[in-house]
Design a binder for this molecule. Structure first.
Ligand code: AKB
Length: 328
């Protein structure tokens, strides 16, 4: 069985991806790696790894004879703005290190399939905001978005020049309850549930009509694994696929929560994150992903809200974690 390395395994996506991959290929075949000393995922195999250390990255890939790498380590849109140089270094060099090792292995006849997450943040204010096409103007305004746009170009370059089998999704905001999100603009759509569960008024840092593309974690994980499992000749796009889950704004999400928890209250206090959200698409045209590898979202707003409230309420009954109301 092919071994799979997940870098950034302690993060929001990584922790759930490790679990899903372990269920699919067996826990012994999944190596979780992150910069922290210990795994927060319960992974059977864990390696401490700074993805900027390319020697250690290559050693791990060789030692386990890894066939697939998911390189997820990154600073997101809000934390990236607080440390732009660090965000650029981590987001670009983490990808480059992975692509270089994949190139060397491809050239020596032991190809390494790579997954790297792009984002809706790669789009910008001049991108058509509604039903954003796969190919569109991309003029990102954040360092995170710029790194995603440049990363997409690198992925395409390594594929066309060196034949590296690299695949990518432009993730919408990902909503989940298992691990806290890591400093993104779309995090309000998670924090709001924690406030609802602790019966606090939620102070939303985006205005009520700020519509953004979102996806529930099970759909995001399924999309990721389906893309990586698809035959290489079906992957027509090597930059990053638009993948739509659903689109909603804070007013609509609050109404769906209120329908289930009538005592829930929300107030709107837009801050610096509003400008970032305003520069992103509201909805995505994901027809290329549907045509190339059969993508189809399954989870809509009602199911998402029911599931989030079911899982968050018992765990966070008394207080909303600090980090979830503030910019991380
Ligand atoms: C963020 O808000 O920065 C991320 C993203 C959309 O990539 N969730």
């Amino acid at each position: 069985m092919e071994r799979i390395l997940v870098i950034g395994a302690n993060g929001q996506i990584g922790s759930e991806l490790v679990e899903a991959l372990a269920a699919k290929v067996g826990a012994d075949n999944v190596i979780a790696a992150d910069i922290q000393t210990n795994s927060s995922t319960g992974a059977a195999r864990y390696e401490k790894l700074d993805v900027l250390d390319s020697t250690r990255l290559a050693q791990i890939i060789d030692a386990y004879d890894v066939g697939q790498v998911y390189q997820l380590a990154a600073l997101l849109s809000v934390t990236g703005e607080q440390a732009p140089l660090r965000a650029w270094s981590l987001n670009m060099n983490g990808l480059l290190n992975t692509l270089e090792i994949a190139r060397q292995r491809t050239e020596s006849g032991k190809p390494l399939r790579v997954f790297w997450p792009s984002s809706i943040a790669a789009f910008g204010p001049h991108t058509p905001a509604v039903n954003t096409p796969q190919l569109a103007v991309m003029d990102p305004t954040t360092i995170y978005g710029i790194s995603k746009q440049a990363g997409e170009r690198l992925c395409e370059y390594y594929h066309s020049k060196y034949g590296v089998d690299v695949r990518s999704i432009r993730y919408p905001g990902i909503i989940s309850y298992k691990s806290p999100p890591g400093g993104g603009t779309t995090d309000y759509a998670i924090a709001i549930f924690h406030a609802a569960a602790s019966r606090e008024t939620y102070n939303c840092y985006l205005g009520p009509d700020t519509t953004l593309p979102m996806i529930y974690m099970p759909d995001a994980i399924r999309a990721t694994i389906e893309l990586m499992d698809a035959p290489a000749d079906q992957i027509g796009i090597r930059s990053g696929y638009n993948v739509a889950g659903l689109s909603f704004n804070p007013r609509e999400l609050a109404a769906a929560i209120k329908a289930r928890r009538p005592e829930f209250r929300i107030e709107y206090r837009p801050d610096h994150r509003q400008a970032i959200a305003d520069s992103w698409p509201q909805s995505l045209d994901d027809s290329c992903a549907r045509a190339d590898w059969g993508w189809k979202p399954e989870i809509g707003l009602d199911e998402l809200v029911d599931d989030m409230l079911l899982h968050i309420a018992p765990r966070w009954r008394t207080s909303t974690p600090e980090c979830m109301n503030e910019a991380a």
